[in-house]
Design a protein. Structure first.
Lengths: 112, 115
């Protein structure tokens, strides 16, 4: 049973536009959430995170929004660039716990 | 620069063979993890270890075992490889509990094909 779900396997956007990647979770014990980016033939790399005490965290072009009541988070990339084309994984963990769970990933393609 | 190194990038093995996947980290991290990545399923946790000689089962430990004799090294063992273990295997490490962020640093992956 997947505790972290990314229901969109793929997303295609035009360069310069906004990319919105979504993630839902079922385990109410999760209170720390992360996004990782993965290029082909490489391991995932950490992108941005948010703890449950916040509803928004920004880092440059990347913003993560958290809606705890809906158990939903989203990653916004503005403006999208061709170099952002990758697979994005949502992950969740109880804070200060070793047990991290990942979603199935969303493949983002940014067209020039 | 922090690093997690997986010794084999590509392996081809036969059904029934014993397979060792090695992972070494140079960050002095207490925690180490093995995941497998499959299309449509994302990353699934096989085993993790929070200290030398300690191990915990993840979501899909069946058919796998692990060894952590030294802090920097975490090995994944397939005692008798089967075709359904064909996958991308990812090793990761993270700082200990209480250090704040639970950010995993991943290796580049080992793609295993079992014929």
């Amino acid at each position: 049973d997947q505790q972290v779900k990314q229901n969109s396997p793929s997303l295609s956007v035009q360069e310069g536009r906004i990319s919105i990647l979504n993630c839902d979770y079922t385990n109410s014990m999760f209170d720390y959430f992360l996004w990782y980016k993965k290029y082909p033939a490489e391991g995932p790399t950490f992108l941005i995170s948010i703890s449950s005490i916040k509803d928004k965290n920004e880092d440059g072009r990347f913003t993560v929004f958290l809606n705890k009541s809906a158990k939903h988070l989203s990653l916004h990339i503005v403006p999208s660039q061709p170099g952002d084309s990758a697979v994005y994984f949502c992950a969740a963990t109880p804070y200060n716990n070793n047990d991290m769970r990942f979603g199935a990933g969303t493949r983002l393609t940014v067209k020039p | 620069d922090v690093k997690v190194t997986q010794s084999s990038r590509y392996l081809v093995k036969r059904t029934g063979e014993k397979v060792f996947l090695e992972c070494v980290q140079d960050m002095d991290h207490e925690n180490m993890f093995w995941y497998r990545q499959d299309p449509g399923l994302g990353l699934r946790l096989i085993y993790f270890s929070y200290d030398v000689k300690m191990k915990e089962k993840g979501d899909i430990p069946e058919g796998y075992s692990v060894s952590r004799e030294k802090k920097e090294r975490f090995s994944l063992i397939l005692e008798s490889a089967s075709t359904n273990q064909t996958s991308m295997y990812l090793c990761a490490s993270s700082p200990p509990r209480g250090s704040g962020a639970n950010v995993l640093t991943f290796g580049a992956g080992s793609r295993l094909t079992v014929l």
